[in-house]
Design a binder for this molecule. Structure first.
Ligand code: ADP
Ligand code: ZN
Length: 432
C-alpha cells in the first residue's frame, strides 16, 4: 500500500483550502470561548472570532509562543474540562522548563492516524516488525510512534531507548525489519552492529528517525553501514508529537499533514509571513486538536516550505531539513552556524565518525570554536604527522564551507559519549 489516506494525501489544493478554512473558523471560536488566554488576546487586538472564515486570514491572528505555554503551566491553555483529557505529556525540556500538553480520546485517534500515514509513507506495512527505540514516558516519541505502528498493523516492539545490547539481541531474535529512534542513536546502533560483526543476522530495512536535527551526510552514513533506507519524521509535543510531518520514499522533504496542522514560515525578527522557498521560523496552527489547540505556534525551528507536487503523488506541502532551532544557532565572530552544518562537513571526511562535540567560548573578546571529533577505529593512528594532516584537512574544510576557523581536536575511537535520545552537540561556555 502506497498511501494510508490517499483522498487527503493527494487532495486537490483548492479542496484542502476549503477544508482548512472550515476547520480554522470552528477552531478559532472554540479557543475564544474556552481558553481565557486566547479570549484576552483576541479582545486586546479587537479580533472578533466570528469574522475568521478563511485560511488566508491566518496572518491576521496572533502568535502563541513557548513562553505563553510556560506562563500558563500546567493546564492553562487547555480548551476542554479535565474529565475529557485522557493523556498528559511534556516536551523534553531541551531548551528550558518543560511544557505540558494534553490529549482527548479524539486527539489520540488523530495522532495515531497521522503516524500511520507517516509510517506508510516510509513503506512500513502490517508485515513489518518495528522496534520503537524512542523513550516511552512523558516524551511523546515512544508512545506517539507506538500507536501508529499498531494502527498500521505492524508488530511493535516497545523496547524504549537505551540498553544497546538488548536492542541488538531483539533485533536479531525477533527479526525487526524497521526501527524508530533518534538519528544519533541509530548511528550508535549501526556502529555496534558493525563492531559485533552481526550485520548479516539483521533484517532491518527501514528506519524512521527524528526528534533532533540530522544532516543528509549522516543519513547517507547510516544507510550505507546498515544497507537500509532512513526516513525523517518531524514533530513537537506542543503540536502533537512525532508525525506532524514525514518524508516519503522520494526522501526530498517531509510532507506536513496539512488537514490537521497548517504551517507558515515567518521572519523570526518581524513576524512577517515569508514566501515558499525562503528560510524562516516554522509556525503551526492546529486545526482539529481538542485538548490544547494552538494558534500560530512559533516552533523556533528554521526551515523552508516547498509547495510543488511531489513525485510520490502527494500534494501535501513539504518542509525542508530543519537547520536547527533559532536558539541553537551559534554566532561565531559574526558568522551564523548551525551544529548540523558542522556535522555535514565532518561527515564528508571519511576518517571521522558521527560523534562530535562543539565547544564555543570567548577568549580576549573573541569567539572561539573547538570541534572535537572521534576518529573511526580503522583510521586511528598515533603518527603525529598523520594526525596533524587530518586536523588541517578538517579545519580547511570547515573554513571553506562555513567561513569560520576552528580548533580541531581528534578523539580516540569510543571516547566521546553516545546519546540514546536527543544528542547534546554543543557546549557554549559564553552563556555561563
Ligand atoms: P523539546 O523542545 O523539549 O525538545 P520535543 O520533544 O517536543 O521538545 O521536541 C520537539 C523538537 O525536536 C522540535 O521543535 C525540533 O526542534 C526537534 N525535532 C523533532 N523532529 C525533528 C527532525 N526530524 N529534525 C530536526 N529536528 C527535529
Ligand atoms: Zn512525496
Amino acid at each position: 500500500m502506497k498511501y494510508w489516506r490517499q483522498d487527503i494525501e493527494c487532495i486537490d489544493r483548492e479542496e484542502l483550502v476549503k477544508l482548512q478554512s472550515r476547520r480554522l473558523s470552528e477552531m478559532v471560536k472554540r479557543i475564544y470561548h474556552n481558553v481565557p488566554f486566547y479570549k484576552n488576546l483576541f479582545d486586546q487586538k479587537g479580533i472578533n472570532p466570528n469574522d475568521i472564515k478563511d485560511i488566508s486570514q491566518l496572518n491576521e491572528l496572533p502568535f502563541t509562543t513557548k513562553k505563553d505555554l510556560r506562563d500558563n503551566y500546567p493546564f492553562g491553555l487547555f480548551a476542554v474540562p479535565q474529565s475529557e483529557v485522557v493523556r498528559l505529556h511534556a516536551s523534553s525540556g531541551t531548551t528550558g522548563k518543560p511544557t505540558v500538553v494534553g490529549c482527548t480520546k479524539n486527539d489520540l485517534e488523530m495522532w495515531s492516524e497521522v503516524v500511520a500515514r507517516s509510517l506508510t509513507m516510509a513503506g512500513i506495512t502490517n508485515r513489518d516488525i518495528m522496534q520503537v527505540a524512542y523513550g516511552y514516558g512523558l516524551f511523546t516519541g515512544g508512545l506517539g510512534i507506538h500507536y501508529g505502528v499498531e494502527k498500521v498493523g505492524a508488530s511493535v516492539i516497545p523496547i524504549s531507548t537505551g540498553n544497546t545490547k538488548k536492542q541488538l539481541q531483539l533485533m536479531m531474535d525477533f527479526g525487526s525489519t524497521a526501527i524508530a529512534c533518534t538519528p544519533s542513536y541509530l548511528a550508535y546502533l549501526a556502529e555496534s552492529i558493525e563492531e559485533n560483526g552481526v550485520k548479516d543476522k539483521i533484517k532491518l530495512k527501514r528506519a524512521v528517525c527524528g526528534a533532533e536535527p540530522w544532516s543528509e551526510e549522516l543519513r547517507r552514513h547510516i544507510q550505507e553501514i546498515l544497507g537500509i533506507k532512513a526516513f525523517n519524521i518531524y514533530g513537537l509535543s506542543e503540536v502533537i508529537g512525532p508525525g506532524v510531518a514525514m518524508e516519503c520514499e522520494c526522501q526530498n522533504g517531509s510532507h506536513i499533514h496539512e488537514d490537521h496542522f497548517v504551517p507558515e514560515i515567518i521572519n523570526p525578527e518581524t513576524g512577517d509571513v515569508l514566501p515558499y522557498g525562503e528560510v524562516g521560523e516554522l509556525v503551526f496552527t492546529t486545526l482539529t486538536k481538542e485538548a490544547m489547540p494552538l494558534l500560530r505556534y512559533r516552533t523556533r525551528d528554521l526551515c523552508t516550505l516547498n509547495i510543488e507536487k511531489c513525485e510520490c503523488g502527494r500534494t501535501l506541502v513539504r518542509m525542508g531539513t530543519i537547520l536547527g532551532r533559532s536558539d541553537d544557532m551559534l554566532i561565531i565572530r559574526g558568522v551564523n552556524v548551525f551544529p548540523s552544518q558542522v556535522e555535514s562537513v565532518l561527515m564528508d571526511i571519511y576518517e571521522t565518525t558521527p560523534n562530535y562535540v562543539l565547544t564555543v567560548d570567548r577568549k580576549n573578546n573573541l569567539d572561539t570554536l573547538e570541534i572535537k571529533v572521534e576518529i573511526a577505529d580503522k583510521f586511528w593512528t598515533t603518527e603525529i604527522r598523520e594526525i596533524e594532516n587530518l586536523k588541517k584537512r578538517i579545519a580547511q574544510s570547515v573554513q571553506s564551507t562555513l567561513g569560520i576557523s576552528a580548533v580541531i581536536k581528534l578523539a580516540e575511537p569510543h571516547t566521546l559519549s553516545r546519546s540514546e535520545g536527543k544528542a547534546v552537540r554543543v557546549i557554549d561556555n559564553r552563556k555561563k
